[in-house]
Ligand binder design. Structure first.
Ligand code: DGY
Length: 333
């Protein structure tokens, strides 16, 4: 009997077709977001799942789906998956690193620039017919990006790609803070200097968050951290909702504690904290950091490579390209 797999969300049909060569596939062309109970119901009898950040894969789900062998998540982040619970049950988890690094860094830079130069705020003004005279000397004046200090919190692949853009493209002084300092060669390659978190907050003109979400990074930026930043500084979050305390940020933007913010991710998304919608000095986008056609196709293809290999098929049978918990593979040998 062929194994069965579930694709929880709609994806590129030509790429997903590769799954059908090996598996019986249940997919979701209507792109409905299923409740946890519905997800468990649909996973009955399935050995693999192509999941996204919208689905929580936790111990309760794993216990209700004991035949599940592989959770292949579309995305580099996998905080929707309880990896320890998967590992304890011999379930392999995979993600999609590397293929989205440059695209997400492009987006982070674009969001930071839009925030610094007040692009969406001024567009709203124009669209609402409020531009009635030219030559106003301080109309939508923002902060410079070139030559400013770029601060990066979290220095993985995407952080380094953002740093390179700042140092090499815009002549920025780049400082970063991370759980561990990069090797000297890696620092030189991306033109960044390690500092402690307090220095990062104090000195950054534009602070970009690129760290993974975990209980340790929950509200890494809250009222106390915002208070340490310059009143002219901007904050950009392309990492995960929950790293910033959204209520505290809205309050800081209202009070002028910092100048502006750009957010692509939110606590409890797709719901937004209502106070964020009430402040003008913020650029808001709906979690589209990796959303270029080429990159989204590459993410889908890598997830499918992982799923095919994880369930023992294809040229890499048993050796999926990007495992999160490879120890499960070692145990299976
Ligand atoms: C990622 O790859 O983690 C993106 O945020 C998409 O979820």
């Amino acid at each position: 009997m062929r194994p069965s797999v579930l694709a929880t969300r709609a994806t590129f049909p030509d790429i997903a077709a590769r799954l059908r060569a090996h598996f019986d596939v249940e997919d979701n062309p209507a792109d409905t977001v299923w409740t946890p109970a519905e997800l468990i119901r649909r996973l009955q009898g399935k050995q693999g799942v192509m999941s996204t950040g919208s689905e929580r894969i936790d111990a309760a789900l794993l216990d209700a789906c004991p035949q599940l062998k592989a959770v292949c998540n579309v995305g580099v982040g996998y905080n929707n998956v309880d990896v320890a619970a998967c590992t304890a049950r011999g379930v392999l988890v995979t993600n999609t690193p590397d293929v989205l690094t440059e695209t997400t860094a492009d987006f982070g830079f674009a969001l930071m620039m839009a925030t610094a130069r007040r692009i969406t705020e001024s567009e709203r003004f124009l669209r609402h017919g409020e531009w009635t005279k030219t030559g106003i000397y301080d109309m939508f004046v923002g902060g410079d990006v070139h030559g400013a200090t770029l601060g990066i919190l979290g220095m993985g692949r995407i952080g380094r790609a953002v740093a390179r853009r700042g140092a090499m493209g815009f002549g920025m002084r780049v400082i970063y803070h991370n759980r561990s300092q990069l090797a000297a060669e890696a620092e030189a390659e991306c033109g960044a200097r390690y500092v402690d978190k307090a220095t990062l907050l104090k000195e950054a003109d534009h602070l970009v968050l690129v760290l993974p979400y975990s209980p340790q990074s929950h509200h890494a930026i809250g009222a106390a951290e915002l208070a340490q930043m310059k009143p002219t500084a901007t904050l950009t979050n392309i990492a995960r909702g929950g790293i910033v305390d959204d209520a505290a940020l809205a309050q800081a933007l209202r009070a002028g504690t910092i100048a502006a913010a750009g957010l692509d991710v939110f606590e409890g998304e797709p719901a937004l904290h209502p106070d964020l919608l009430a402040v003008p000095n913020i650029v808001l986008t709906p979690h589209i950091g990796s959303a270029s056609v080429q990159t989204r196709r590459a993410m889908a293809a890598l997830t499918i490579d992982n799923l095919i290999a994880a369930l023992g098929f294809g040229p890499r049978a048993g050796k999926p390209p990007t495992p999160v918990n490879p120890e499960v593979l070692a145990l299976a040998r």
